[in-house]
Design a protein around this ligand. Structure first.
Ligand SMILES: *Cc1c(COP(=O)(O)O)cnc(C)c1O
Length: 374
């Protein structure tokens, strides 16, 4: 029996279509209306801080870079093993990027290497939480106090995850989330910025609203609005906000379901550790959100053979990321050292399908067959 197992599939609840229909009927489809407010309130209740719903995580990163007034000469430290948006937002403002290696046993940033890269010019660091797994915040906090840089939590994958009992998004100066189709909670394209400093709330709102004070105008605080700062079009439409609220209403249920699936993979496949294969390592301080289940194979050849075997059985398993320091855009500009752990994850990490329709026993059995046959 061969099944067709896509890598990812967005969740659906009863309410997306209903809420979207209500927005269509209201004629108020642009951003900043009832559903934007409700969704922002929901996120603030879960995480804390002040939430602005954006049209993507990329947009939330761009707001962050404008808000910190990043200039040429400022240095930003971020992992090489991440999505290009983590770097683009700062390069667009003229910053210099320093790439950190991953840890040997986890794609998250190696904090020893991070510490070596810190200089007087370091304006911000951007910890990306791979698979929704927290960084070591005790160490990040100590570095933050010593060096006075800002921390932007790159929590694109981390909604619902925490560091001990503190939700990710609550700990940095700023945090960004993604609600892209491929994330645990989605609305097609969407994201959020969390502002954890009171004095930044108003400036962030102005950047979000195309550099105008329209948000204050809508609240009736001023009688007309105008251009007051640099900004761009970062507001999420009411249609997407309505979609997202319906998703949030189910989010804790879906999160529990994902964790069960993730644990199933972990239990069934942990015997692979004897064969030198690395399974996801979750530190004691991290309560993850089961965004990704992956295997780190012994070689690229082994990865390709397993990927092909799964594909022949209808199962989509995927690799990623091309390390940013080796990407076609950046490799000629890169002046740092080799980042061997990041390159290892690029060439040997394989992600397994994880969503509500995955026939877990089937997928696990095909992986087990592959290794038994060797
Ligand atoms: C998904 C993702 C992004 C991009 O999110 P968008 O909402 O599509 O802009 C950025 N960074 C990381 C780490 C991601 O996983």
């Amino acid at each position: 029996m061969k099944e067709k197992v896509p890598f990812s599939k967005p969740y659906r609840s009863e309410n997306e279509a209903k809420f979207i229909e209500e927005v269509l009927n209201s004629g108020k489809t642009a951003g900043g209306g009832k559903y934007t407010q409700l969704t922002q309130n929901f996120i603030e209740n879960q995480i804390g801080g002040n939430c602005l719903l954006t049209n993507s995580c990329t947009a939330a990163l761009e707001i962050s870079a404008l808000l910190l007034d990043i200039q040429a000469g400022d240095e930003i430290i971020l992992p090489s093993y991440t999505f290009p948006s983590s770097a683009n937002a700062f390069l667009l403002r003229g910053a210099t990027i320093k790439f950190v290696d991953s840890q040997a046993n986890h794609p998250n940033m190696d904090l020893n290497h991070l510490e070596e890269l810190i200089s007087e010019k370091t304006k911000a660091i951007v910890p990306m939480y791979y698979g929704g797994v927290s960084s070591d915040w005790q160490r990040l906090k100590a570095l933050h106090e010593k060096h006075k840089f800002y921390i932007i939590e790159e929590a694109a994958q981390a909604y619902g995850a925490s560091y001990f009992n503190k939700p990710l998004g609550y700990l940095g100066d700023l945090a960004v989330f993604s609600f892209h189709e491929t994330k645990n909670i989605s609305c097609g394209e969407g994201g959020a910025l969390i502002v954890n400093k009171k004095e930044w709330i108003e400036p962030a709102e102005i950047i979000w609203e195309k550099g105008t004070n329209r948000a204050a105008f809508k609240r009736g605080e001023i009688d007309k609005y105008e251009w007051v700062a640099l900004g761009s079009s970062y507001v999420n439409s009411e249609l997407n906000a309505a979609y997202l609220l319906a998703q949030f209403e189910q989010s804790s249920y879906w999160l529990e379901e994902r964790k069960k699936q993730w644990n199933y993979y972990f239990e069934q496949l942990s015997f692979l550790e004897e064969k030198g294969i690395l399974l996801p390592q979750i530190p004691d301080f991290a309560n993850h959100n089961a965004h990704i289940f992956y295997l780190v194979l012994n070689s690229t050849e082994e990865l390709q053979a397993l990927k092909n075997h799964l594909s022949e059985n209808g199962i989509d398993a995927l690799t990623h990321y091309r390390c940013l320091h080796k990407s076609s855009y950046f490799r000629d500009k890169y002046e740092g050292e080799e980042l061997l752990n990041a390159e290892k994850f690029e060439s040997r990490l394989l992600r397994l399908p994880l969503h509500s329709d995955v026939p877990l026993e089937y997928v696990a059995s095909k992986i087990i067959d592959f290794f038994r046959a060797q």
